[in-house]
Design a protein around this ligand. Structure first.
Ligand code: PLP
Length: 429
């Protein structure tokens, strides 16, 4: 509904499709929403934090993926941000989906996506969820241990299984291999058991860790996957698909990473092998900006140094959309939303020595001392109660892990804008 009523989409404004337009649309949306709130008279929650999402950014990321990783068919990792409009756009663009639970599978199926476009990429699954996948026709799923094979035999013997292997994820932001993945000295045993149970193992899956930074991790994982493909062939399996997982960031490391991955895929896997991936943060990280309201301020004076700094309290924090600070090792940069020009100041320590700079620490709204967004940052002007701050790049692992701790809401509005007419056309506006 919000999508329909969003001015910026309805007007179909975009003329220049570059990042400039995206920032401009987001700035206008932030401004118009904030200006519509009278904080002295507004109802409870009307001044809550909210997101602005540029769906054009998601569209551009997909085009970029197709250009640089054309061989890899993406299956968006829904866990990263299950925003309904993002899912709808990705579905329209023909992207598949990586789901990790019954609720995620259900959300994607309800959009009319064919079950063959979904992979249930969770090596340790809840039994009733496996039954649900079987009933829904979601056949592709991963495993990495013997118990999961027995479970599959009992509940879904017709499943199309991917053996998830261990990777070296030491250079990634969020390590996953401590929890999942079969080491290469166990894969023969697992494949033999699968054979004995007459299960259908169709491929290998890996994940080099979320927010990967070392392309060599991909090379090693592809080589290991080749080893397991060959092992499977000797046991009579005809594996046909390799799943290279996620881990890609949306920044300028993507192109070099994609080049290394593409080259190793071409070296080790003939074109007859289908390649899929499970990117999450790559698609959504930069598409979402959040605006938060300064609900309170405390003045801190240091008589010895003769300085004044401030503690700012926002209406969102680490128990809410800033959960990414704790779970995803992020460091969101606060910017001041100046209604009138919607331009901000970058908060950098380099400006710290400038006499006109004021120091702030930024806190969330709960009673917990861990709820801190920034221990120290500086702005060139005084920020007061009632001002708004915004933070860019808040699309990945943010609202999906927000809680209701202390009675604050975990449901924040999203205002959608669209800086790409191509995306607008797909979504029907
Ligand atoms: N696939 C699996 C199995 C995952 O566990 C994750 C993240 O935890 C992803 C894909 C998405 O990873 P990313 O957001 O780094 O692309």
């Amino acid at each position: 509904d919000k999508l329909q009523s969003c001015d910026y989409i309805a007007r179909g404004v975009p003329v220049d499709h570059g990042a400039g337009t995206s920032k401009q649309l987001i700035g206008e949306a932030l401004k118009s929403r904030v200006e519509a709130i009278d904080q002295d008279t507004c109802g409870v929650g009307e001044e809550d934090a909210f997101f602005v999402a540029d769906l054009g950014e998601v569209y551009r990321q997909h085009m970029r993926w197709k250009t640089h990783l054309g061989r890899v068919k993406p299956h968006y990792a829904v866990k990263c941000n299950p925003d309904p409009q993002v899912l709808r756009l990705l579905s329209e663009m023909g992207v598949g989906f990586d789901c990790a639970s019954k609720a995620e599978i259900e959300q994607v199926l309800k959009m009319g996506v064919d079950p063959s476009r979904i992979i249930y990429a969770q090596p340790c699954k809840t039994k009733s969820y496996v039954r649900y996948a079987a009933q829904s026709g979601v056949k592709q799923m991963t495993f990495d241990n013997a118990d999961e094979l027995y479970k599959t035999k009992q509940l879904f013997p017709g499943a199309e299984l991917y053996l998830r292997i261990l990777t070296d994820d030491s250079a990634s932001l969020c390590r996953l291999s401590q929890k999942f993945g079969a080491s290469l000295d166990t894969t023969a045993e697992l494949l033999e058991l699968a054979k004995k149970l007459e299960l259908n193992v169709v491929g290998v899956a890996f994940h080099v860790g979320s927010g990967a930074s070392d392309p060599k991790a991909f090379i090693k994982a592809v080589q290991d996957a080749r080893f397991v493909f060959d092992q499977a062939a000797t046991l009579g399996f005809e594996m046909h698909t390799l799943d290279v997982g996620g881990g890609f960031t949306g920044d300028d490391t993507f192109e070099p990473m994609a080049a290394v991955l593409s080259a190793s895929l071409d070296s080790y896997f003939p074109p007859s092998v289908r390649i899929i991936g499970e990117p999450g943060r790559y698609y959504v990280s930069t598409a979402f900006t959040i605006a938060c309201h300064v609900i309170a301020r405390r003045t801190v004076t240091d008589a010895t140094l003769g300085t004044t700094s401030y503690m700012l309290y926002l209406n969102d924090g680490v128990y809410g959309n800033f959960s990414s600070i704790i779970f995803d090792h992020q460091n969101p940069v606060p910017r001041l939303l100046k209604c009138g020009d919607a331009m901000l100041y970058d908060v950098r320590r380099s400006g710290y020595d400038t006499p006109s700079m004021t120091e702030y620490s930024i806190w969330g709204p709960t009673c917990d001392g861990i709820d801190v967004i920034s221990q120290s940052c500086v702005f060139p002007e005084v920020i007061d109660v009632g001002d708004w701050l915004y933070f860019e790049d808040m699309g990945a692992y943010t609202k999906c892990s927000a809680t209701r701790f202390n009675g604050f809401t975990d449901a924040h509005d999203v205002v959608y804008v669209c800086s790409e007419p191509g995306a607008g056309a797909l979504l029907g506006f």
